[in-house]
Design a protein around this ligand. Structure first.
Ligand code: F3S
Length: 414
């Protein structure tokens, strides 16, 4: 693999042990994947932030790297942590967990990383341009950046993203190369796909069928409307669920995503796939629960528009279930300025920043059943948080929060 003079110095330890360790990780990956050289990255997004996932070994690893002098050299952001950094006590999260979580964040802060703690950095102004090289690691953000924004990033692991941030480079392989961005599957959608939940379930169905493949969605069905697919909420839901159920890091939508019209964007050996029903996906992800202990909105992290819609729905109402709407701190701040956070809190809900239901220790809150509008959350919540899940739209979930039960819109209480 070709290395510049400076890169050779970094690898030889001339810029210190922390840089050397980072360079060893980046070049080892490059050798494994046959990279010709390294490519400078414009930004990095690091996953592996929650103490729930890192544990003691992960914390010690980060602290040691920080002690060795690790410093990032490109703008670097964090994925959600295990708790809201300001409201963890109000939310009832354990003190010992909070102490360990703050130590994780302290190690990252010493490396010069921005405490964004969100999986949707593109909603708070961190919007990479077409063709820019990144090293992002949150799977839904990777799929969004590659597909909707046309940026270039592999699905980095936490340590490899951090190594890229410390070196300012990553190995040029995988989705950094044009030839690897061609579609492996042509997907025809032959059933109605209308709500954000439908798009999530569609993503789940496609993800589990194509695995690491690159789907090319053919927009020829009446169901696959321009109005629907251009809604950012739907695209995020689709991207997140495909990345969770499979390992989809890039997809194209005919006539809608930036690379979809490029010559030869579909490989000649691409397989055909038709999705003619979402029923099986709904059956796998959603259980016929009646009592709803917990309602979780905001996976991926909620946009300002979702907070506005939630506030409008909840105005003058009171929730019976625990309600979390998870979002970035910056989006929460903007929603607070508009008065929407206050409306949601007045109804008894929580607008939670910096974390989400999957990476926070929600099992410590004593909840057993959950309603959500996110197929990704429904996919992970049973295994990560021991929850049974019911899927529904934003309106249905909020209605369930108000009634404390499903089905929503039934007259009276449960
Ligand atoms: Fe984001 Fe957590 Fe969902 S990181 S995509 S809200 S599982």
């Amino acid at each position: 693999m070709y290395l510049t003079r400076q890169e050779k110095h970094m690898l030889a330890g001339k810029e210190g042990p922390a840089v050397q360790k980072a360079m060893e990780i980046v070049t080892a990956l490059g050798k494994i994947y046959g990279a010709a050289d390294l490519v400078p990255v414009e930004s990095v997004q690091v996953a592996g932030v929650s103490y729930k996932n890192l544990g003691e070994a992960g914390l010690l690893f980060l602290q040691e790297w920080a002690r060795e002098g690790a410093r990032v050299r490109v703008p670097t952001m964090l994925n959600p942590a295990g708790m809201d950094l300001e409201q963890w006590q109000t939310l009832g999260l354990p003190e010992e967990f909070a102490r360990r979580q703050m130590e994780v964040l302290d190690a990252y802060a010493r490396m010069g990383i921005e405490m964004t703690c969100t999986c949707t950095p593109y909603l708070i102004g961190k919007v990479p341009g077409l063709g820019s090289h990144l090293a992002w690691s949150e799977s839904s953000a990777v799929a969004f950046a590659n597909s909707i924004l046309g940026a270039r990033t592999n699905r980095e692991g936490g340590p490899s993203a951090l190594a890229a941030a410390i070196c300012g480079r990553t190995a040029r392989y995988g989705l950094h190369l044009t030839e690897n961005r061609r579609a492996t599957h042509i997907v025809r959608v032959a059933c109605p796909v209308r709500t954000e939940v439908d798009f999530g379930v569609l993503g789940y169905e496609v993800g589990r069928r194509v695995g690491k493949g690159i789907p090319y969605f053919v927009a020829d069905g009446a169901a696959w409307t321009a109005e629907g697919i251009t809604a950012a909420l739907h695209l995020r839901a689709l991207a997140a669920a495909m990345a969770a159920a499979g390992a989809v890091a890039l997809f194209h939508v005919q006539g809608m995503t930036p690379e979809s019209e490029l010559d030869d964007i579909v490989r000649p050996d691409a397989q055909e796939l038709t999705i003619d029903s979402l029923d099986e996906g709904y059956a796998r992800l959603s259980s016929p629960l009646e009592r709803i202990d917990f309602v979780s909105i905001g996976c991926p992290h909620a946009s300002l528009e979702e907070l506005r819609d939630a506030a409008r729905f909840l105005a003058g109402k009171r929730v019976r279930s625990l309600l979390w709407i998870t979002t970035s701190r910056e989006t929460r701040r903007r929603a607070e300025a508009a008065g929407w956070v206050q409306t949601i809190e007045h109804a008894g809900g929580h607008v939670v920043s910096d974390t989400c239901l999957v990476v926070a220790p929600v099992e410590a809150l004593g909840v057993k059943t959950m309603a959500t509008n996110s197929a990704k959350a429904a996919f992970y919540a049973p295994s990560h948080s021991g929850l049974q899940v019911r899927l529904g739209t934003l309106g249905e979930c909020l209605d369930a929060a108000v009634r404390g039960c499903w089905p929503p819109r039934r007259r009276g209480a449960c």
